[in-house]
Design a protein around this ligand. Structure first.
Ligand code: F6R
Length: 614
């Protein structure tokens, strides 16, 4: 949440900053700003709302600022203080010489603010970040050394931060530091870049290093010095980023979300590639370093994740318990970290995260690591903080996901859990050869089935049109598709702002059924298998309360028309793989409803793609 970028070198800084912020927009988009040192004066440009508003403001002064070759920028997802221009970063001190951009939360900002105010600092914003600007200014007044001022300031602040600081009197320097928030430094020819994430710098350089917690980097065009918090010099490994500049193109689709939904058959192919070669060959997960003996001896697994990743984890629990007979607990990372968890060296802890930067999940896996557990991370970002914490890493290979609502990364996470569960089952020798071959065959033919769903979307569009004016929805399912119901409801909430709740269908009659009438549609995920008949009766119960009924099903039963007003059919699929087929119509339904309602599909209000605060 929040993206920061900095540039110092020989080119004009302003476009590097604005381009960088454009590629960090997934991290937040409620306001943005840049600070540029022009002719020895730090100028701030800020705007409320989307980045485009900042660009319009900058354009008015372009001639003046274009000659500057040093600057920092920020795109905000508000935590402290409303998304206003005053609260937008960069923040400054009384005299305006310092400019600071920050991603994270300064937990001690209230005490710090009181202290700084008592020393004469005048605060303009409601943000926690402004304390850093005043603190650095006060330390600079004592030391006349920007790096030392930042170092001394970080000794006094608690919380999570990635910070970039410039000072008017130190014309050719950016100082950057981090603690529990990502920060990368790009190295060019006579220029340096700093950013929250790779896409902001990759079009300029592939040479980069990742700062570790509590390290402080001092950047000039030609030099890069790093120290630790105790002032000892540090040498960080320079890496070549395994990235190609990403053409952020919608490829003719109206929104990234729609493009990413349509990419899912290829995502399945990518995830399976090299790992599942043939039905009679064992799954190859070379990234899992937990040895075979340990896997055989495991009697407990904990999976921690948030949001959509949590729903993938819930399917993972079902699969691992089914295939491997190992007890699995799944918990929202934000809950896991605030209770006494029974975790030890005999527990495998799996963290699931698209971004690999979700603060709650990072804290959860670090806690488990301290207790001696093997940490396996399932992530779409093998270069992320979480990946760096991993003992075993399962990269999900979904490719860059731009739309804030996760779709193809969920698909890739699901696939990773199928592979992991089969991999462990093969090691444990629990499943029959025929059973394993059947599942593997189904996985191999999956992309064609998904393509079939994606080429027949008329029923989904019609259903979306019919139901787009409803204010509340209930999604029901059982068994392995209960998480699918939660995920379908989450997608609808996120991008259309319609209240949608996923229930286990059997729970409906224990309370929620009281809400049902003709104003609250019920969507049933009715996939063939062990719970089909049960869900059907739960759907009949809802219908009897006048609820308007929608089904996602692989059944061809004509009689379903007696219960359901809209029937969205998917190709028949084995029950164990049914979440993969059922989720696509749910993603598309959410998409088309939001589209009909004219919502900002790719950047829904109040959300950000990377949640780096707890
Ligand atoms: C929903 C969504 C969020 C994320 C959640 C965790 O569409 O994207 O619910 O799934 O914030 O993020 P990651 O997976 O990056 O840890």
């Amino acid at each position: 949440m929040c993206g920061i970028v900095g540039y110092i070198g020989k080119s004009s800084a302003v476009d590097v900053l604005l381009d960088g912020l454009t590629s960090l927009e997934y991290r937040g988009y409620d306001s943005a700003g840049i600070a540029i040192n022009v002719d020895g004066h730090v100028d701030l440009y800020k705007a409320k709302g989307k980045l485009q508003n900042l660009k319009l403001i900058v354009d008015k002064s372009r001639e003046h600022i274009e000659r500057s070759t040093i600057g920092i920028g920020h795109i905000r997802w508000a935590t402290h203080g409303a998304p206003t221009t005053v609260n937008a970063h960069p923040h400054s001190c009384n005299c305006g010489r310092v400019a600071v951009v920050h991603n994270g939360i300064i937990e001690t900002y209230k005490e710090l603010r009181e202290k700084l105010e008592s020393e004469g600092c005048n605060f303009r914003s409601q943000t926690d970040t402004e304390t850093v600007a005043h603190l650095v200014a006060s330390k600079f007044a004592q030391t006349q050394d920007l790096t030392e001022a930042v170092r001394l300031a970080t000794l006094e602040i608690e919380g999570a931060y990635a910070l970039c600081v410039i000072h008017q009197d130190v014309k050719n320097t950016i100082v950057a530091t981090r603690r529990n928030a990502p920060l990368i430094i790009g190295i060019g020819q006579g220029e340096h870049y700093v950013a929250s994430d790779v896409p902001a710098i990759i079009q300029y350089t592939k040479k980069a290093l990742y700062l570790d917690d509590n390290q402080i980097a001092t950047l000039t065009p030609d030099t890069l010095d790093i120290i630790d918090i105790n002032n000892n010099p540090v040498v960080q490994k320079v890496e070549v980023l395994p990235w190609e500049p990403v053409a952020l193109s919608k490829m003719g689709y109206k929104h990234y979300m729609l493009k990413e939904i349509h990419e899912q058959p290829d995502v399945v192919r990518n995830v399976l590639s090299g790992k599942l070669k043939a039905i009679d060959e064992q799954i190859n997960l070379s990234e899992v370093t937990l040895d075979r003996e340990k896997i055989r001896g495991l009697n407990r697994i904990q999976i921690v994740a948030c949001g959509t990743s949590l729903h993938a984890a819930m399917v993972g629990k079902y699969l691992i318990e089914q295939f491997c007979e190992i007890a699995v607990d799944v918990e929202a990372s934000s809950e896991y970290i605030y209770r006494k968890t029974i975790t030890d060296e005999n527990t495998l802890v799996i963290g699931v995260s698209q971004s690999g930067e979700t603060a709650d999940t990072i804290t959860a896996v670090r806690l488990a690591k301290k207790k001696g557990s093997h940490i396996l991370i399932v992530t779409n970002r093998p270069d992320s903080t979480m990946a760096r914490e991993a003992d075993s890493l399962v990269p999900v290979n979904a490719g860059i996901e731009v739309s804030v609502a996760a779709t193809k990364s969920f698909m890739a996470q699901l696939l990773s859990f199928y592979l992991l569960a089969i991999y462990m089952a093969e090691i444990k020798g629990l499943m029959k050869k025929e059973e394993l071959e059947k599942i593997k065959h189904e996985l191999i033919v999956l992309p064609q089935k998904l393509e079939e769903i994606l080429t027949n979307t008329e029923d989904i569009k019609a259903c979306a049109r019919k139901f787009s004016s409803f204010k509340d929805f209930v999604f029901i399912a059982r068994g392995i598709n209960f998480p699918t119901a939660l995920e379908g409801a989450l997608k609808l909430k996120e991008i259309s702002y319609i209240n949608a709740t996923g229930y286990s269908a059997g729970e409906l009659k224990h309370g929620p059924i009281a809400m049902l009438d003709e104003t609250m549609p019920v969507l049933a995920i009715l996939m063939s298998g062990t719970v089909y008949e049960k869900i059907l009766s739960n759907a009949e119960e809802a219908k009897a309360r006048n609820a308007r009924m929608i089904a996602i099903t692989d059944s061809t039963d004509e009689k379903l028309g007696n219960i359901f007003e809209c029937i969205i059919r998917v190709p028949h699929i084995d029950e164990l793989l049914s979440p993969i087929a059922a989720i696509i119509p749910l993603q598309l339904l959410a998409y088309y409803i939001a589209e009909f309602l004219g919502k900002d599909v790719d950047q829904p209000r109040n959300l950000a793609k990377s949640v780096t605060v707890e």
